[in-house]
Design a protein around this ligand. Structure first.
Ligand SMILES: Nc1ncnc2c1ncn2[C@@H]1O[C@H](COP(=O)(O)OP(=O)(O)O)[C@@H](O)[C@H]1O
Ligand SMILES: [Mg+2]
Length: 383
């Protein structure tokens, strides 16, 4: 399958090489063109997935280049980013009018902004397809709310409820993941090592054949970053394609995003079939969850796609379900009781809660929660 090809069009060789190197380091495949005309030829011939252009090109203005790309069926839908040496607002406006999706200015901070923009635009195109496996994103506003524990245990329940279904869990919590620890995975493969592989090697077959199935849990795992150093080196540019391939290979793709709302996670949230939002009962987490929920709504996320779980991870005290609902402004679909040390005990022994404490109310709640989430995700996909 194709990797994410990015075409960089810039007449300034040093600048073009610099941008190309930065994008390559982020995991993208790079095509280059030193003039507008060459850019057009490469774009029509090689069909990059994103085009980055400094609109200040001598032979063909960026605006004209954009207009010609937009008016050709082969390139009309390719996201176009201006990375411009012209900081004038009028130039930005004329480029956006001509069909650019974004206008960034070449400054010292341009590279992270560019990588973020590319990731977002690609994420939008890659993950937008509501095809293949159901994508369920787990997130919270704060650490320690039980997101990873619930992600692993709900995945396990989905896999056990539907023995014929293929379930994969992806730990995308950065800079360090914790699901491997919860489920007892000790292998060397993880998100960072997988993102380091060339795109041609990480098609659906790779994910079908090469991921470890966690025995008791009955799901396959992509462990998270093993340490912050490697987490910070993650080739984020590969994520969109990897999720797309996973959805071809699995019926359910559960992604632990933890408390990160970033350039990487946002497209995965926006295009999830279902968003599991985990809230604990302390006031500060509930308030932060409101902020996160307001933000997600501003990005177009609809409440029908959110399955809010109140998890009493912090003890018996705290807000009631009704109080939390009122503050956040969203319906809470299920509440998991405080389990004392039991959750930690099950986690420490790498066992699903349902196996360790089968008769506990929480085990029954998780089983039902998994059923409801699957039913809702299927219903939303069918609409
Ligand atoms: N309902 C609960 N009752 C008791 N302890 C819980 C509950 N949910 C989670 N925990 C514990 O809280 C801690 C944090 O959980 P974790 O899943 O790592 O949270 P997060 O991924 O949101 O940071 C773990 O020790 C876990 O065992
Ligand atoms: Mg976690």
């Amino acid at each position: 399958m194709a990797g994410n090809k990015i075409l960089v069009v810039d007449a300034d060789t040093a600048s073009r090489n610099f941008v190309a190197a930065a994008l390559q380091k982020a995991g993208y495949q790079i095509l280059q063109a030193a003039s507008g005309k060459e850019g057009l030829i490469v774009a029509w011939r090689d069909r990059p997935e994103v085009i980055v252009v400094d609109p200040v090109i001598a032979d063909l203005k960026g605006e004209d280049l954009a207009a010609r790309l937009r008016s050709d069926v082969r390139t009309s839908k390719i996201p176009l980013i201006a990375l411009s040496s012209d900081a004038q607002p009028a130039r930005s406006r004329s480029c956006m009018d001509a069909g650019f999706n974004e206008y960034l200015i070449k400054t010292a901070q341009a590279v992270p902004a560019l990588i973020e923009t590319v990731g977002r635009l690609l994420g939008n195109t890659a993950a937008a397809a509501k095809e293949g496996g159901l994508q369920i994103a787990f997130l919270s506003a704060k650490g320690g709310t039980g997101t990873s524990s619930l992600c692993a245990n709900i995945a396990m329940n989905i896999a056990h409820n539907q023995p014929e279904a293929r379930v994969v869990v992806v730990d995308l919590v950065l800079p360090i993941g914790s699901i491997a620890e919860i489920v007892g995975y000790e292998g060397n493969q993880n998100l960072v090592t997988i993102c380091d592989l060339p795109a041609t090697e990480t098609g659906p077959d790779f994910f079908r054949d090469s991921l470890t199935e966690m025995a008791a849990w009955k799901f396959h795992l992509i462990a998270g970053s093993p340490d912050p150093e490697r987490g910070n080196e993650l080739k984020v540019g590969r994520i969109g394609d990897i999720i797309r391939a996973l959805k071809e290979a699995y019926d359910f793709v559960l992604i632990d995003l933890g408390r990160s709302l970033s350039r990487i996670s946002l497209p995965l949230i926006e295009h999830a079939d279902l968003i599991a939002m985990i809230v604990s009962t302390d006031l500060s987490t509930v308030r932060l969850t409101k902020t996160v929920w307001d933000y997600l709504q501003s990005k177009g996320v609809h409440s029908t796609a959110v399955y809010t779980i109140l998890n009493r991870a912090v003890g018996l005290e705290g807000l009631t379900k009704v109080e939390a609902e009122k503050i956040i402004g969203i319906e809470i679909k299920t509440a998991v009781p405080y389990l004392g040390g039991n959750f930690a005990l099950a986690n420490n022994q790498h066992q699903p809660l349902t196996f360790k404490f089968p008769n506990d109310t929480a085990s029954i709640i998780l089983k039902e929660t998994a059923q409801q989430m699957v039913a809702l995700a299927r219903h939303l996909r069918a609409d």
